[in-house]
Design a protein around this ligand. Structure first.
Ligand code: GLU
Length: 409
């Protein structure tokens, strides 16, 4: 998918063949074994990855996901998408990603800690404040970032908070980081509605995913009085044409419950495929990649799609959505709030000077709206989709950097 996207954009912008070839490959990838002694005394060995797609514009940057389905090619694609995202936002960072092939819900807290510490030790030469800075992604959180920071710091003999972002605030994390992706998505959505002359208050929203991205955007929209008709987590979701009580569902989630276990007196249960086909104005896929594909795209029933997840729409589906006149705000713009505040966290750590929440949100808004304007204007000018415009901007910024630096030796 990621390579196909480069081909499509390369053709559109007449990208130099050499640069295209260069961009399709990741700089380096590492596969590691992570042996840990489980609580029952038995040894288990997990597989982990860290990939740098590009460090041309700065150190690598991107999350680490824990999932039983993670595989190397997926991590490579995710690292590539981070390169585009950081370039689009003009952050002085490259693109990287990591993953461990594990179902973390099956691990105790101690096992999770041992796994994280050993994974960090295995990738330690690939990370660092001026090499590559990991962050949370699917199934990883501030506590896991704290363990990573600790392992790295113990190795260096000093505290190095700038080695990861998305840390707890007490050890150099940033205010506003946990809600940043949802917040950013909201700023973009608001800006888009302004362009299209739509009032968010009269629109209905469906959200697939109820984790850091889906949960936060649901909460923000709910507090603004926007009607959310369906949300889902890994177990499936709830639908109510009159609007769901998101606060209740967030409380339920925070007590470690799944949505399928929620008392569905007034709400209808929907699975994760059905939720995408519910009639609404705005659909926010905020779970995993490959959700809107050739096989269900004809049943998508909305005006606008905002990609909270990375890679939720396949290039084939994208083409059909364009023909159907459905506006898609691409992942590298829509969910870029997370890495943007990660960048703020990183510079706060390096300067040892911490900002207030107002400043974080103001600077986040400035960065994202500047990127949004640039993308929107180019898409109108070139008569291309927002995704193609976003990619054109990100890739031309990066190819300029490659040209200036030249190819070593
Ligand atoms: N995992 C997030 C993403 O996909 C955040 C990455 C980061 O903050 O470095 O954008």
């Amino acid at each position: 998918m990621a390579k196909k996207q480069i081909d499509i954009v390369a053709k559109e912008m007449g990208l130099d063949e050499n640069i295209k070839k260069y961009l399709k490959r990741v700089e380096r990838s590492l596969i590691v074994s992570i042996p840990i002694i489980m609580d029952n005394g038995k040894l288990e060995v997990f597989e982990g990855y860290r990939v740098h797609h590009s460090t041309v514009r700065g150190p690598g940057k991107g999350g680490i996901r824990y999932s039983k389905d993670v595989f190397l090619d997926e991590v490579k694609a995710l690292a590539m998408w981070m390169t585009w995202k950081n370039s689009l936002l003009k952050l002085p960072l490259g693109g990287a990603k990591g993953g461990v092939c594990v179902d973390p819900t099956k691990l105790s807290r101690n096992e999770l800690e041992r796994l994280t510490r050993r994974y960090t030790a295995e990738i330690i030469n690939m990370i660092g404040p001026d090499i590559d800075i990991p962050a949370p992604d699917i199934n990883t959180n501030p506590q896991i970032m704290a363990w990573i920071m600790d392992v790295y710091s113990m190795q260096k003999g000093k505290s190095v908070p700038g080695v990861v972002t998305g840390k707890p605030i007490e050890i150099g994390g940033s205010v506003g980081r946990e809600t940043a992706t949802g917040m950013g998505l909201y700023f973009i959505l608001e800006a888009l509605c302004m362009k299209l002359n739509l009032n968010l208050k009269y629109l209905s929203v469906v959200i697939q995913g109820f984790g850091n991205v889906g949960g936060n955007i649901a909460q923000i929209l709910y507090e603004k009085g926007v009607k959310i008709v369906a949300v889902s987590d890994i177990s499936g979701g709830l639908y109510d044409a009159g609007g769901l009580n998101i606060k209740e569902l967030i409380d339920w989630r925070d007590q470690n419950h799944l949505l399928e276990e929620f008392d569905k007196k007034e709400n209808e249960f929907v699975n994760n495929e059905e939720i995408l086909e519910i009639e609404c104005d705005i659909l926010i896929p905020a779970a995993i990649e490959n959700q809107i594909t050739e096989s269900n795209v004809d049943n998508i029933n909305c005006q606008i799609i905002i990609e909270g997840a990375n890679g939720p729409t396949t290039p084939e589906a994208d083409e059909i959505l364009k023909d159907r006149g459905i506006i898609v705000v691409p992942d590298i713009l829509a969910n870029a709030g997370g890495v943007c505040v990660s960048y703020f966290e990183y510079i706060q750590d390096i300067h040892s000077y911490f900002w207030k929440l107002d400043r974080i949100n103001l600077e986040l808004k400035n960065v994202l709206l500047e990127a949004f304007e640039e993308v929107y204007t180019l898409s109108k000018e070139k008569k291309v989709t927002l995704r193609i415009a976003a990619y054109m901007i990100a890739i031309s910024r990066l190819s300029k950097a490659i040209e200036l630096r030249g190819i070593f030796p």
